[in-house]
Design a protein around this ligand. Structure first.
Ligand SMILES: [Fe+2]
Ligand SMILES: [Fe+2]
Length: 264
């Protein structure tokens, strides 16, 4: 039986200079082969007693006449494909920005306060791990990266350098603001995916390990972002001057960047 797994959007645009594109072009055309068989997958995943109804918004009336039989898998709807593609795109862009913020912040911060070097290195290394995770996922599912890579890169580096130059408190306030928004952002994605899983289970469909693994990955990364937030507060983020203006501007910028990166 054909296993549709996650059938995501095809890569429509890629930057020739992107290392992601280089990685993607070396990948087998996993998405394309899945797409070619998407209609067959939809048909084969419908239980034989459902009159071949491919309307994925309708519950399956009797999916498992035999409890011992393997459950069918349900292909993603176009809306679910679009959600997953935009989620991976914005996550990858956000993690790129996070690595650049820490890269720019660390030299001025540790020059004044060398005892913060291990903490800054620890947070950077976790962000680098997150970026590597999403680089692999967008390559695997052939999701195009954000077209605004250069813009986000410049803004993130500028934000990191500026807050780092202002001192430890401002650097930590930046981390607190960013991680507050990112923690909420990952939570929203996790909730949406859990809703999908709940609907499929209620309809009697198999939920692939790939989707469960993605939820686990997002939870782990969300927890690490919130750990960064705690570190920032412990290291006097709230003593930054002017705290409310600084964090307000950065949080608004994060929300704007997330909104744009989900779409562009
Ligand atoms: Fe991260
Ligand atoms: Fe983080």
């Amino acid at each position: 039986m054909t296993s549709p797994r996650l059938v995501w959007q095809p890569m429509r645009h890629c930057k020739s200079s992107s290392s992601i594109l280089a990685q993607q072009t070396q990948q087998p055309t996993r998405f394309l082969s899945s797409t070619a068989s998407a209609s067959q997958a939809a048909a084969s995943s419908n239980p034989p007693n459902t009159n071949n109804n491919t309307n994925t918004s309708q519950p399956n009336p009797n999916p498992h006449p035999n409890p011992a039989a393997p459950k069918p898998k349900k292909p993603l709807t176009p809306a679910q494909q679009a959600f997953l593609s935009s989620a991976l795109r914005v996550n990858q862009a956000g993690e790129l920005a996070a690595t650049l913020i820490y890269t720019a912040q660390t030299p001025p911060v540790v020059a004044r306060e060398p005892h913060l070097r291990p903490l800054m290195r620890h947070m950077y290394e976790q962000e680098a791990g997150h970026l590597s995770t999403f680089n692999a996922l967008i390559a695997k599912h052939r999701v195009r990266p954000t077209a605004l890579y250069p813009v986000w890169s410049a803004l993130a580096t500028g934000l990191g350098w500026t807050t780092g130059a202002l001192g430890r408190e401002a650097a930590m306030a930046c981390t607190e603001a960013v991680e507050t928004e990112i923690g909420g952002h990952y939570n929203a994605q996790i909730r949406r995916l859990l809703e999908m899983v709940g609907e499929w289970e209620a309809e009697g469909y198999e939920v692939g390990g790939e989707l469960r693994e993605l939820i686990g990955t997002l939870r782990r990364i969300r927890d690490e972002e919130l750990e960064h937030l705690d570190h920032a507060v412990e290291h006097d983020a709230k003593k930054a001057e002017p705290y409310w203006l600084l964090t307000g501007v950065i949080r608004a910028g994060c929300r704007g960047a997330i909104w744009v990166s989900e779409r562009v």
